[in-house]
Design a protein around this ligand. Structure first.
Ligand SMILES: NC(=O)c1ccc[n+]([C@@H]2O[C@H](COP(=O)([O-])OP(=O)(O)OC[C@H]3O[C@@H](n4cnc5c(N)ncnc54)[C@H](O)[C@@H]3O)[C@@H](O)[C@H]2O)c1
Length: 369
């Protein structure tokens, strides 16, 4: 039985830092090494995360440190290459989203994951948000009937953050199309499992904002990707990181033949649901009125501690699943092919938008061997 897994955290001065509470709560992950290119803050992050070792160079960490797993919390363009390097050394990987920034990178990552004895998991924490988990459970019990439409939106004004974390200016708002779509598509794909996106088209709303140098962003303010699912169902994904508006970040919707769901738009609002078997009249109910009857046992058990970690408990449950997958207790819910199902449509949307919204096929990573 595995009792302890030494882990290295890359990007420990940024997002990587936020995994400490969840790692500690896991009872099995021991943060052994940290890595960040920020020399000034590296020692501070080592102390904060309670690590024994620190590295300025990621490749040196995976070469020298006694670690069996890494969490990759570095900027988007590093995810795939750093994951591949770890997998090549049979080090388990929990990678931040998206899995990669090009289709070529996706292919290389898939092949590395297939070759490796280690596990690859993508850290799509929005799939673990309580309301999304409850809807998933109700879908699993057949309460929505046949699913045929869903929406996911990520509307997060990040213009200021673009100036501070410069990589965002290039990789999130410097490319047109869906650059950061997994938070929206991820939960929808889990609801619709085992369905997958087979083709996408993408269009934008034009350019209305300029960066600090007076240049329009290459990314159109709002980009919408339509996804055709293998089943024939339709999914709409909207990502907007530029528009001025009060904060109301995520939106999820689901429509089936026997039920529908509309998440709350903003803080203080409530998630609405209608399920034929619970309410034969055509009247909305609120998700919170259903109590915890559709919350999985694991969620109930760890709710208190989970809520102390980030993203409404999501950061805790993804770490738990990562540990359970490494130790063989559970199948990895967002392994390499699920990570590709969530990542590839956005990358293809970037090709669609430059071809005037042409419908393009999305490759199936299961064919890449
Ligand atoms: N899942 C979520 O909810 C969530 C939330 C925030 C960020 N993210 C993702 O996490 C990643 C990091 O985002 P962030 O907001 O922390 O960015 P950030 O720029 O604030 O932090 C990234 C950190 O990585 C370090 N870094 C850069 N290049 C590196 C390299 N080659 N090797 C090691 N360290 C390196 C930087 O010095 C910085 O400390 C992004 O991919 C982002 O999309 C996900």
């Amino acid at each position: 039985m595995i009792e302890k897994i030494n882990i290295g955290i890359a990007g420990s001065c940024g997002r990587g830092r936020s995994f400490k509470t969840a790692c500690d709560a896991s009872g099995i992950l021991k943060i052994h090494a940290v890595c960040d290119v920020n020399e000034e803050k590296l020692e501070e992050s080592r102390v904060a995360l309670g690590a024994e070792e620190k590295y300025l160079d990621y490749y040196e960490m995976i070469e020298k440190s006694d670690i069996q797993a890494v969490i990759i919390g570095t900027p988007m363009p590093f995810h795939a290459s750093q994951a591949i390097a770890a997998l090549n050394k049979n080090i388990h990987v929990l990678s931040e989203v998206p899995a990669a920034v090009s289709i070529e990178e996706c292919k290389e990552l898939v092949l590395a994951a297939r070759r490796s004895k280690a596990l690859y998991m993508m850290a799509e924490n929005y799939t673990y948000i309580k309301s999304n988990v409850m809807v998933k459970e109700m879908v699993k019990r057949g309460m929505f009937g046949e699913l045929y439409y869903a929406e996911g939106e990520y509307i997060h004004e990040l213009k200021q953050l673009n100036e501070i974390t410069k990589w965002r200016r290039k990789w999130q708002t410097g490319i047109n199309g869906i650059t950061y779509g997994t938070h929206s598509l991820g939960p929808v794909l889990q609801w619709m499992h085992p369905d997958r996106v087979i083709s996408v088209c993408c269009a934008g709303s034009g350019h209305h904002y300029k960066d600090s140098e007076g240049r329009y962003y290459e990314n159109e303010d709002t980009c919408v990707m339509l996804c055709k699912m293998a089943s024939g169902a339709l999914v709409k994904i909207r990502v907007d990181m530029l528009s001025d508006r009060p904060h109301a970040m995520t939106n999820y919707q689901l429509q089936g033949t026997d039920g529908c769901y509309e998440s709350a738009r903003a803080h203080g609002e409530r998630h609405r649901i209608w399920i034929r078997s619970l309410c034969p009249e055509m009247k909305w109910m609120y998700l919170d009125e259903l109590g915890e009857q559709f919350l999985p046992q694991e969620w109930k058990k760890h709710q208190e501690i989970a809520m102390k970690t980030g993203h409404g408990g999501g950061d805790f449950f993804e770490i738990m699943d990562f540990c359970d997958a490494i130790t063989g207790k559970k199948k990895c819910p967002i392994g390499i092919d699920e990570a590709m199902d969530m990542t590839l449509p956005g990358l293809v949307s970037q090709q669609s938008i430059v071809q005037n919204g042409k419908w393009l096929d999305v490759p199936d990573s299961r064919q890449w061997n």
